[in-house]
Design a protein. Structure first.
Length: 306
């Protein structure tokens, strides 16, 4: 878990005279070409209207419905994987993040993960879960909520537009990959985005991790909706953190660089408690690089076109 000790620089709009749509860009050394730089992050201030954010919130709440405790994202959750209980009360071979009532879950992690939820919109690449192979597919929520997926498209379009405007090189890289995978993209009948997937996190502080499966040549795009403070995104290698809240769009190299969040705070600055946490709906838009090898499945194409 990370806190103020992991950064020296906090990038925040209040330190600049930013108008809605203005951006702050932070660069990092390019490891491939000595003496050159790459984009680490770009924070676009108030690029999304409150009206749009408030319209999206009810839908996004239904996406983030799975408990982080007991799930498969143990690195982001900041815990070890443990064998899960079987119906007979013994522990089996399947390992995941401890459930909230598991005695192997540390007390500080139980406090932090209580009520933490996540979910996925869009497409998922081939995976092996509990020994079962799964092909390229739409997320369960997406299959069950085609209408709501389309209602998210104004949100997707605004994020896509900001990505293209402020990080053209990375956008073009992602566009090249996305064009090979059109049936798996977030789209409507008149528009294709460069994103295949949105991960939605509700009210939890992530531990240090790198986003697995993101297209390395692209960027992740993040938005955080709700009334809260804290939860700065921290890049410890560069001793840099960024503050962003509702309406802001953050482009960030989360697929290549270790990152995590500072503590989640209430709007008045007090720390979130186990049974009293502010709502923070964080959305991470990205392209799953393994989708480039997925077949063009008619069912997936039809679900995008509806």
């Amino acid at each position: 878990m990370m806190n103020e000790d992991f950064y020296d620089r906090l990038v925040r709009a209040s330190d600049y005279s930013l108008k809605p749509g203005d951006a702050i860009l932070v660069y990092k050394p390019d490891p491939k070409v000595k003496g050159t730089e790459e984009l680490l992050l770009c924070m676009i201030h108030k690029a999304l209207s409150d009206e749009l954010c408030n319209d999206m919130l009810p839908i996004l709440r239904t996406v983030a419905r799975s408990s982080v405790a007991g799930g498969r994202r143990n690195k982001a959750a900041g815990t070890e994987q443990v064998p899960q209980y079987k119906k007979d009360g013994s522990r089996g071979k399947y390992r995941s993040t401890p459930k909230i009532d598991d005695p192997l879950l540390k007390e500080e992690d139980r406090i932090r993960l209580r009520g933490a939820k996540d979910g996925t919109v869009g497409s998922l690449p081939p995976t092996v879960t509990a020994g079962v192979e799964q092909e390229c597919r739409l997320s369960a929520w997406t299959k069950d909520h085609e209408e709501e997926t389309q209602q998210l498209m104004p949100f997707v379009k605004e994020v896509n537009k900001a990505f293209r405007k402020y990080a053209a090189k990375e956008f073009d890289n992602q566009l090249g990959a996305a064009l090979k995978s059109r049936p798996w993209l977030l789209a409507d009948p008149d528009f294709y985005s460069v994103f295949s997937t949105i991960t939605v996190n509700r009210s939890w502080q992530t531990a240090s991790h790198t986003d697995k499966g993101d297209l390395k040549e692209g960027l992740g795009v993040l938005c955080a909706l709700g009334e809260f403070k804290g939860s700065h995104l921290i890049f410890p290698k560069f001793r840099t953190a960024v503050e962003f809240g509702q309406g802001d769009i953050l482009l960030a190299d989360v697929g290549n660089e270790v990152h995590g969040n500072s503590a989640l705070l209430h709007p008045d600055g007090t720390r979130a408690q186990e049974f009293n946490k502010p709502e923070r709906i964080a959305c991470v838009f990205y392209f799953q690089e393994k989708l480039q090898s997925c077949p063009v499945v008619e069912a997936a194409a039809e679900s995008v076109e509806k």
